[in-house]
Design a protein around this ligand. Structure first.
Ligand SMILES: Cc1ncc(COP(=O)(O)O)c(C=O)c1O
Length: 500
């Protein structure tokens, strides 16, 4: 049985302007299929009854029945007599790992492959293990040596830190989840930018947050001037008084944008006055390619909780990240952690302790790889798809590509047929069209997606945790499993990119 169901009204909103020139049932089925593929209708979500949808869309029942049948034949819908039709996803889904690497190139994961010498350091870490084997090995806070190494790294980046301000986690995603649970209660407001790394808003929502959203412009949209962005964030913080604000100040995922130092200071000041805890996700902060200026950790500009990880620098498979916070919050985090997990594996911590000692070398290698990938992407798209807009990013691992039309879901489908998995723009929106079809900063739009959802919930009488709207202008061409994939995208462009 599906836990989630979509009302006819909600599906109508998701469908947007779906009618084409062909038959109505095919156009309807195609649009629903896109919504399932790009994740806006989650797998296992129950679709509205045929009669309800027909009524809502002013269609004949036969048209909706034919559309559902068509979807069933394609494996996108599963119907059980008496309990309705639920969404299914056949083949390689657009936002989940591809089944066989040889068959698919997966650009939906914004993470590089492992460092070439990672296995060698892992072997050395095994030699460090005997010193720990007398303990029980459950470590919810992190080994003293690793916490010291993380604190030293912050100090080297311009932020004095002591080990008792550090909690080691199972990757940055775990850190986001823990902070969401520690800071957000059911119904509390939490602020994010849109578009945004989707698993962050999922974690905030899972903790019960009502999201307040602020649109963010792609990198380079207004040169280096992000004063409007600062004003929009400050206004949203003052207006809606969120308990937490999740931000990615450096090379934001997915826009690649970096927040100026001035904007950081203004946002942190507004948050401090309001009692909003700023969570700065700095998972990619050190991945500069050629960003000018000095960007210390965000907490150097005002009170902020920081999240870090070796997932984007060394390898995501290590699954080690951390939180830097003041001690009372670290204590709270310890309390919320134990129901979910009992600590970070020791061997991985030993590995990361060694890796942090070689961070400059790691970053140098990544800088070069990312530079090659970025430049290659820019050149290839300029040559083969000149109507696309690829903003020049100064670092990080993703680029938000403007397609000039709301076609990113179709692109994702077409790419999949060619063996390439990309995430469509709407995947990165919290609530659909308001922010994403117009990717520019509009201070008047602050909090609008949330407000609109509230109105819909009031109307529809359900808590409507769903993505509503039309396709975004952008799609993400992250470097997937690394810059090699950027190279491969170039090769495919040479081959003509059929289906794009
Ligand atoms: C912005 C951002 N934060 C957090 C994560 C998750 O990082 P980790 O692999 O350390 O859990 C990612 C991974 O894509 C990310 O892009």
């Amino acid at each position: 049985m599906a836990d989630l169901s979509l009302s006819a009204r909600s599906l109508e909103l998701l469908l947007g302007d779906w009618r084409g020139t062909g038959s109505a049932y095919e156009a309807l089925a195609e649009r629903i299929r896109l919504l399932i593929v790009d994740g806006r209708i989650g797998v296992d979500t129950r679709l509205p009854a045929e009669r309800d949808l027909a009524e809502r869309l002013s269609l004949s029942r036969t048209t909706v029945t034919a559309a559902y049948r068509h979807l069933r034949e394609q494996g996108m819908l599963h119907s059980v007599r008496g309990s309705g039709s639920v969404a299914r996803l056949t083949g390689a889904p657009a936002i989940l790992p591809a089944p066989l690497e040889s068959e698919y190139i997966d650009f939906s994961k914004a993470a590089p492959p492992a460092l070439p010498w990672l296995a060698e350091v892992a072997r050395q870490a095994v030699d460090d293990l005997p010193a720990h084997l007398a303990d029980a090995g459950f470590d919810p806070i992190g080994t003293p040596a690793l916490r010291q190494a993380i604190a030293d790294r912050y100090a080297a980046r311009g932020l004095p830190t002591t080990p008792d301000q550090i909690m080691v986690t199972i990757g940055a995603q775990h850190a986001i989840g823990l902070l969401s649970r520690a800071l957000v209660g059911r119904g509390d407001r939490a602020l994010t930018e849109v578009p945004i790394y989707p698993h962050a808003y999922e974690a905030l929502r899972a903790a019960g947050a009502r999201l307040v959203t602020v649109p963010v412009a792609p990198a380079g949209a207004e040169g280096d001037d992000d004063r409007e962005q600062a004003a929009a964030l400050v206004q949203a913080i003052r207006h809606s008084n969120p308990v937490a604000a999740y931000l990615i100040p450096d090379f934001q995922n997915p826009t690649g944008r970096t927040m100026s130092r001035d904007t950081r200071a203004r946002v942190l000041d507004a948050a401090a006055r309001q009692g909003t805890v700023v969570i700065a996700d700095e998972t990619t902060a050190e991945l500069s390619i050629d960003r000018p200026g000095h960007f210390p950790p965000m907490a150097a500009d005002g009170p902020a909780v920081l999240i870090g990880s070796v997932g984007k620098t060394a390898w995501g498979g290590i699954r080690v990240g951390w939180i830097r916070a003041e001690r009372p919050l670290i204590r709270r985090l310890l309390a919320v952690r134990s129901p979910g997990d009992l600590g970070t594996p020791i061997l991985e911590q030993l590995l990361v302790t060694r890796l942090l000692g070689r961070m400059d070398e790691i970053l140098e290698l990544r800088r070069e790889q990312l530079r090659v990938g970025r430049d290659h992407l820019e050149q290839m798209v300029a040559r083969h798809l000149p109507e696309w807009d690829v903003p020049h990013v100064a670092g990080g691992i993703v680029t938000w590509v403007g397609l000039g039309a709301p076609v990113s879901s179709q692109l994702a489908l077409g790419a999949r047929r060619e063996g390439l998995i990309v995430a469509a723009g709407p995947r990165f929106g919290v609530d659909g069209p308001d922010a994403l079809t117009e990717p520019v900063v509009r201070s008047g739009a602050v909090g609008r997606a949330d407000h609109d959802r509230d109105e819909r919930e009031d109307r529809d009488g359900h808590d409507g945790d769903e993505h509503v709207g039309e396709d975004a202008l952008g799609t993400v061409l992250g470097d997937g499993a690394g810059v090699a994939h950027l190279t491969r995208i170039g090769q495919r462009a040479d081959a003509g990119l059929p289906g794009f």
